[in-house]
Design a protein around this ligand. Structure first.
Ligand code: NAD
Length: 519
């Protein structure tokens, strides 16, 4: 059950206003099935009150400037490192992932982000003096500036409670906003712990508040209160979020699902390609939006690749992670996920696929499914067309590069992809033909670590992006300024209109735009 610290943290998430009557949600360790904490399931009125407090705190936070805000965020980078083991164990306890998955893809990301955004925010949001070629505006001062939107709502998923929930708060805070964070009801403890850390680092009260609770209830209330919604989750929920936000014309940024392909060309380094497929398909138990979800291999190297991949997956330990180096593949995190994985494997087998390793739920409490390699799959099967989000690697034989590209693009999703070839120019040429927001050559997933490089999905995988200049500008409102410094009492085109002036303007326009050779 909840520790005293967790209960206190949970109570503070609701600004101390959590009445005893507030319903609660159980938090379960999915690796064991044990209930480990309870958090408040906040209702509309509580969320509205949090929004009011967040708005009241925002101007003071903005007034600290980039330097003052940066000091708090950089202190937090140190806090994350000083408390890394505690943060990792909290993540592991509510997600069932391995110690290493929490260390590498969560703590590492957060520590990087708490340094990157304060160091780059000022440059990304610097005022720009703009020059215009329009002669009518010569002499006027044109400026583009960025103002924080005010109150940002961040709604996060359960697969990366730190990276994909809390991580999105960092640029929002660096830009000078207050944030209302709604973590997944499955994994709220990491956000509560990190919020505690930010308070210790000097973040003013109510600048970041964690609204624990259900999706439609608490999440819906957040959407109705904020000035901008940063949502990470499934495409299905993303559509609902977008529709609800449209009611108040609230801007949204959506990071949604994916079905990321990995293409192995016949000249690939098969050892590297098999290691990458195994790791990037199965780390975090395959529950990564940009994990390898399907593999296409050119016919001449199909058998050799499949043999290597099967060998590597067979050696993986699929058991609870009790500390560093004790398991490679952890449990699944959300209960419906086990059924989806099982359904995709059964559907593939029914349609003729071979299970080369795995293919079962282990007999133990918690949410488990064995790391699984499926061969002889095709696009009639769910495992090749719908997001599985589990520890499965379906591998399909393709005749040539053309077929690989065609099938990779045969998806409603377009989040990321990867291509393996020893000929990097050829690999890059193929990468450029893939319909996805990010494509790696002889690599996968690691583009996500470059916070300078935008990351966002095409097609049903999302709207907008995180990272890079756009990853912080989305938390701002653009304002264009035009300042007229040298001017006459009246511009020539102003009232009253006269035939002479209208003819003169016409001639002037022809002079400007009607001359010169076109082709
Ligand atoms: P989900 O859509 O079920 O839930 C995401 C969040 O939305 C949760 O906090 C949930 O409580 C909340 N929510 C649910 N219904 C809501 C509603 N009607 N209004 C407001 N909020 C609501 O997603 P999930 O199952 O937690 O996460 C897995 C999905 O997230 C996968 O599809 C994965 O690909 C995707 N994902 C995408 C990225 C990315 O960067 N593109 C990153 C991580 C996860």
């Amino acid at each position: 059950m909840a520790s005293l610290q967790q209960e206190q943290t949970a109570a503070r998430a609701g600004n101390g206003s959590v009445a005893t009557a507030t319903p609660t949600i159980d938090v379960t360790n999915p690796a064991t099935g044990e209930v480990i904490a309870q958090v408040p399931d906040l209702g509309r009125e509580q969320v509205a009150e949090m929004a009011r407090l967040g708005r009241a705190a925002q101007p003071g936070w903005e007034a600290l400037g980039f330097e003052g805000r940066g000091r708090v965020l950089l202190r937090m980078q140190r806090w994350v490192m000083d408390n890394a083991d505690r943060v990792i164990r909290t993540i592991v306890s509510e997600t069932g992932k391995t110690y290493e998955d929490a260390q590498l893809a969560e703590v590492n990301y957060a520590a990087n982000a708490f340094g990157f955004w304060p160091r780059n925010a000022e440059e990304y949001l610097a005022e720009e003096r703009v020059k215009t070629a329009n002669v009518m505006l010569k002499g006027k001062k044109l400026v583009l500036r960025y103002r924080p939107v005010g109150l940002v709502g961040v709604i996060g998923p359960w697969n990366y409670p730190l990276t994909n929930g809390f991580g999105d708060c960092v640029p929002a805070l660096a830009a000078g906003n207050s944030v209302l964070l709604k973590p997944s009801s499955v994994t709220p403890l990491t956000s509560l712990l990190l919020a505690e850390g930010l308070r210790e680092c000097g973040l003013p009260e109510h600048v970041l508040q964690v609204a624990t609770g259900s999706g439609g209830g608490t999440g819906g209330a957040v959407i109705d209160e904020v000035d901008m919604v940063m949502f990470t989750g499934s495409t299905e929920t993303g559509k609902k979020v977008m529709a609800q936000a449209a009611e108040r014309v609230t801007p949204v940024s959506l990071e949604l699902g994916g079905k990321d392909p990995l293409i192995v060309l016949s000249d690939a380094d098969l050892e590297r390609a098999a290691n990458a497929a195994a790791y990037y398909g199965l780390f975090n138990t395959g529950q990564t939006c940009i994990s390898v979800e399907r593999v296409y291999v050119e016919a001449p190297v199909y058998d050799e690749f499949v043999a290597k991949l099967t060998d590597k997956v067979r050696g993986l330990r699929n058991q609870p992670s009790t500390g560093p180096g004790t398991s490679e593949v952890g449990s699944l995190t959300s209960p419906p996920q086990v059924d989806i994985v099982e359904q995709h494997v059964r559907d593939a087998v029914d349609k003729g696929a071979r299970v080369l390793v795995g293919g079962h739920r282990p007999e133990r409490p918690g949410l488990w499914y064995e790391p699984t390699v499926l061969a002889d799959v095709d696009h009639s099967m769910l495992c090749m067309t719908e997001e599985t989000f589990g520890p499965t690697l379906p591998v399909m034989k393709v005749a040539d590069t053309e077929e690989a590209v065609r099938l990779a693009n045969d998806s409603p999703y377009g989040l990321s992809a990867s291509v393996f070839s020893k000929d990097v120019a050829r690999g890059e040429a193929v990468a450029r033909r893939i319909e996805a927001g990010a494509v790696c050559v002889n690599d996968a997933v690691t583009n996500y670590l470059a916070l300078e490089l935008p990351m966002g999905g095409w097609k049903a995988s999302g709207l907008g992006s995180r990272h890079g200049a756009g990853g912080i500008r989305k938390y701002t409102k653009q304002q264009s300024l035009l300042v007229s410094r040298f001017h006459t009492k009246r511009e020539l085109y102003m009232f009253p209109y006269t035939p002479r002036m209208t003819r003169l303007i016409g001639r002037f326009q022809k002079l400007l735009y009607g001359r010169g050779k076109r082709d």
